[in-house]
Design a binder for this molecule. Structure first.
Ligand SMILES: *Cc1c(COP(=O)(O)O)cnc(C)c1O
Length: 458
């Protein structure tokens, strides 16, 4: 192949089909219609190889919270790479960006979270936690206490331990997962229930599933509970307000460590710095990734509470765990610059007091559409439930793929949102302007119309 670097458009699609394996993709399907190649981006818009301008209602993959085209982030990476492109934090070494970033992160997190362990991704962060949690209980003299409780339909990443923590059945089925010592209970998905309880009653019921599981296993076997404050990839499941306080009470009562997976909720998505702040929980661990660098470079990590570090540091000796790219200097430099932007432009407050409420108001009006049975949004993360009939609620058959039909209309009309079954999810950049929010809502309504026409023609 001559001069691969010069290829574009259809040639690139061909090359993609021939050589590139994509994440979470049915390649036979993909090869029939070819991949969409995104070539550049600016603000809240991405541009594809065919010249289409598309409003990115997903912030890439829930990560480009500060928007595209931020020179500051680019310069921070370039400057750091000129100074020190790589060094590790093994063998009693480290470098300024990882030290400073760890300190900056603990300034915006809750008071019990005073240490940070860096990874390259959210999956690695959760793998780290599985090992730290078990190490903690070993050091506490309770080696039987190894089971971690998670939820069905949770997403905690795609490595072996993270996918095991996740509650995605199709992922488990393909790989002989979960690994031993990880169990799953019901998720707090009120709309997905028979809706015979009020949301508040349902929230308590879903929390009770955690307590029942602890009692079933024996509290002396249960190491930790993990949950996303709002389940993202599972379809933006916003729990009823009663859920998290009750889960916190249960974890406290049985001494179970609480892990708040902040990979999506962290760094302002809910209008607070962390989802744990939004729901007033006090986690022992918070895995993070995505928004920490606004996606400009890969970086993840884990906030670890004093309860755990006191034991790990005092009694633990060497913890045999780490990644070549733990605390990569360029990624840490970008994260610091990203935190500067979030603070200077008051993006967390903007999500809470300005663009969040603005988009939420318009989003709720999409509930007037005959296809939409429920709308929900906290901060800048939301979902629409598409149904066949609203009263009484009747959902489409899965094989109709209505969510996917809608998603395709959306992207072809210049708006990226994602379909999780028949749930359409949205998580735009925090820099979204009011005019851009209006555009998002108009396009969403138009594509709901198109979806309804397409579905009723069948
Ligand atoms: C994306 C995600 C992960 C995994 O992060 P990667 O960087 O893709 O490994 C973990 N937890 C949650 C809640 C996520 O949304």
């Amino acid at each position: 192949m001559a001069a691969i670097e010069k290829l574009s458009g259809p040639d690139l699609q061909q090359l993609d089909s021939e050589h590139h394996l994509h994440p979470f993709t049915d390649h036979k399907e993909l090869h029939k219609k070819k991949s969409r190649i995104i070539t550049r981006a600016e603000g809240v818009y991405i541009y594809d190889a065919d010249g289409n301008k598309i409003l990115d209602g997903m912030s890439g993959l829930w990560c480009v919270n500060a928007g595209y085209g931020r020179d500051e982030l680019i310069e921070a990476a370039a400057a750091q790479m000129r100074e020190l492109p790589y060094y590790n934090s093994f063998f009693q070494c480290t470098h300024p960006p990882s030290i400073k970033l760890a300190a900056m992160l603990t300034e915006v997190s809750q008071p019990q979270l005073n240490h940070v362990f860096f990874t390259g991704s959210g999956s690695e962060a959760n793998d780290t936690i599985v090992r730290m949690v078990r190490r903690y209980w070993d050091l506490m003299g309770q080696p039987e206490r190894h089971t971690i409780i998670s939820r069905k339909n949770a997403y905690h990443g795609s490595t072996v331990a993270a996918a095991s923590l996740g509650g995605m059945k199709p992922m488990h089925e393909q790989s002989g997962l979960p690994i031993p010592g990880i169990v799953h209970v019901e998720q707090p998905y009120w709309f997905g229930s028979d809706r015979s309880l009020s949301p508040d009653e349902f929230g308590l019921e879903a929390a009770k599933a955690v307590e029942d599981k602890i009692l079933e296993l024996g509290a002396d076997k249960v190491a930790a509970f993990i949950g996303e404050p709002i389940q993202g990839a599972g379809g933006v499941i916003i729990p009823p307000d009663t859920y998290w306080p009750e889960v916190q009470r249960i974890c406290d009562e049985y001494g179970v460590l609480l892990i708040s997976d902040e990979v999506i909720c962290g760094f302002g998505r809910t209008g607070e710095w962390f989802g744990a702040d939004y729901y007033s929980t006090t986690p022992d661990f918070m895995p993070f990734a995505k928004g920490v660098t606004s996606g400009y470079l890969p970086l993840g990590g884990v906030f670890v509470s004093d309860r755990v570090t006191d034991v790990l540091i005092d009694k633990g000796g060497e913890f045999f765990h780490g990644y070549t790219y733990s605390g990569h200097p360029a990624a840490c430099a970008v994260a610091m610059a990203n935190l500067d932007i979030i603070k200077r432009e008051r993006l967390v407050d903007r999500v809470k007091d300005d663009i969040g409420p603005y988009l939420q108001q318009g989003w709720a009006k999409l509930g007037d559409h005959p296809l939409v049975a429920e709308t929900r949004m906290v901060g800048l993360v939301g979902a629409l439930e598409l149904v066949k009939s609203k009263d009484p609620i009747e959902r489409f058959e899965e094989k109709q793929g209505v969510g996917t039909i809608c998603r395709d209309f959306l992207v072809n009309n210049g708006l990226v949102m994602r379909a999780v079954g028949d749930t359409i999810v949205c998580a735009p950049p925090f820099t979204l302007s009011h005019a851009e929010a209006d555009e998002l809502l108009e396009k969403a309504w138009k594509c709901l119309d198109l979806t309804q026409q397409a579905v009723s023609n069948h």
